[in-house]
Design a protein around this ligand. Structure first.
Ligand code: ADE
Length: 333
C-alpha cells in the first residue's frame, strides 16, 4: 500500500478518495438540513432567473456538518466554479489580492474558518464583497498610491465554527446567513444507507441506526464509523453490517452508546476527578489532559454541551449530574 498511513492502516489518499465518492453532488442527494436546503434552492433559482450572481453566504455550525459539501452543491446548482481556501492560508494582503484576482465572473470563493482571517485582510475584503472593487496600496508614507482594481462579480461563501468571533462589519456583508444544526439519528441513518450503497457494503437498517446513534449528529463521523465497521464486518464477520456487528465493532473502537470516545471521557473524568467537578478554566482543563484548548472547544465541547454533560459558567466548565450518571461515578455534591 502506498502513501502515508494513518492509525487505521488505510492510506490517507484512499480515505480521501472514498470521502469524495461519498459526498452528495446535488441538493437531491443531500440529506438533512431541510430548512437551509429549501431556502438555498429558492435563492439559487431566483438568482438564476434574474441572471444574477448569488448574494454572499455565511454558513456556521460545528465541524463535519457539511459546510464545504453544501457550498459545492450551491456552486454546482448555479453552474459555477468553486474555489476553496481557508482563513489562515490568506496571511498577507498579497494573498487575498492573488485569490481575488484569480476569480472569473460568477465564480464562488469558499473561505473556510473565515473567523481566522487577520484584520488587515478582512478589511480588504469589505469593498470586494460590497462593490466588487479592490484597493491596492503601493508604497508607504506620504508617497503611497492607491490603485483600484475592478473585480468580476463573485459570491463569497464564508464558513465558520465560531460565529461569535466574526466582527460585525464582516458578518453584515453576508446577504444570507445559515446555521447548520447537528443531524437527527434518522437523517444520519439515511446518510449511512446511501454511503453503504456507494461503497457497495451490505447493511441492515438496524445496523445503520446503531452507527447513527453513536455519530454525535455529524455526517463526517457517521461515514468514518461506517468505513471502520465495514472493516470489522469484512474481517471478523460475513461482510454484512447487522446491528450486532455494528455494536461489537463500535465497542471495540471505544465509542460508547452515546458516541463519546476516549477523549470525551478523559475530559469529563478530568473535570470530575482532578477539579472536583469544576468549575475549571478551558486552558487549565486542556493542559491537564494534554489537548489543545482550541480543539477541545471546537471539537469535543459542543457535543458534551449538547448532551448536557458539561456547563460553561463565567468561572469555567463544570460537569453535570448527567455526566456522573453516564460515567457511573457517584456524585457527592
Ligand atoms: N454525506 C455526507 N453528508 C451528507 C449529506 N448531508 N447527505 C448525503 N450524504 C452525505
Amino acid at each position: 500500500m502506498e502513501g502515508r498511513l494513518n492509525t487505521t492502516g488505510y492510506s490517507q489518499e484512499m480515505d480521501e478518495e472514498i470521502e469524495i465518492k461519498l459526498r452528495p453532488s446535488s441538493f437531491d442527494q443531500y440529506i438533512g438540513q431541510d430548512k437551509v436546503k429549501e431556502n438555498m434552492q429558492v435563492f439559487v433559482q431566483a438568482a438564476l432567473g434574474r441572471g444574477e450572481t448569488l448574494d454572499h453566504v455565511l454558513l456556521y455550525g460545528q465541524p463535519g456538518l457539511g459546510k464545504t459539501t453544501l457550498s459545492s452543491i450551491i456552486a454546482g446548482a448555479m453552474g459555477a466554479q468553486l474555489k476553496i481556501t481557508t482563513g489562515p492560508a490568506i496571511e498577507r494582503p498579497g494573498d487575498i489580492a492573488a485569490t481575488l484576482n484569480d476569480l472569473n465572473e460568477g465564480d464562488f470563493l469558499f473561505i473556510d474558518e473565515i473567523h481566522r482571517l487577520n484584520r488587515t485582510v478582512e478589511e480588504m475584503l469589505y469593498s470586494a464583497m460590497e462593490d466588487f472593487v479592490f484597493d491596492i496600496i503601493i508604497g508607504k508614507g506620504p508617497g503611497a498610491k492607491s490603485i483600484r482594481l475592478e473585480l468580476p462579480r463573485f459570491t463569497l461563501i464564508g464558513a465558520t465554527t465560531r460565529i461569535g468571533l466574526l466582527t460585525a462589519p464582516l458578518r453584515d456583508r453576508f446577504g444570507v446567513v445559515h446555521h447548520l444544526e447537528p443531524y437527527s439519528v434518522s437523517d444520519l441513518q439515511k446518510i449511512i444507507i446511501r454511503s453503504a450503497a456507494v461503497l457497495d457494503v451490505e447493511i441492515e437498517p438496524s445496523g445503520a441506526e446503531e452507527i447513527a446513534r453513536r455519530a454525535r449528529g455529524t455526517p463526517r463521523i457517521v461515514n468514518r464509523l461506517l468505513k471502520r465497521v465495514r472493516d470489522f464486518a469484512q474481517v471478523q464477520y460475513d461482510g454484512i453490517i447487522t446491528e450486532n456487528v455494528a455494536r461489537a465493532s463500535l465497542d471495540k473502537l471505544e465509542i460508547d452508546r452515546l458516541g463519546l470516545d476516549t477523549v470525551d471521557k478523559k475530559i469529563l473524568l478530568a473535570i470530575i476527578e482532578k477539579f472536583g467537578g469544576g468549575p475549571v478554566g478551558l486552558d487549565t482543563l486542556a493542559a491537564s489532559i494534554d489537548e489543545e484548548a482550541g480543539t477541545l472547544e471546537d471539537v469535543a465541547e459542543p457535543y458534551l454541551l449538547q448532551l448536557g454533560f458539561i456547563q460553561r459558567t463565567p468561572r469555567g466548565r463544570t460537569a453535570t449530574r448527567l455526566a456522573y450518571t453516564h460515567l457511573g461515578v457517584p456524585c457527592l455534591q
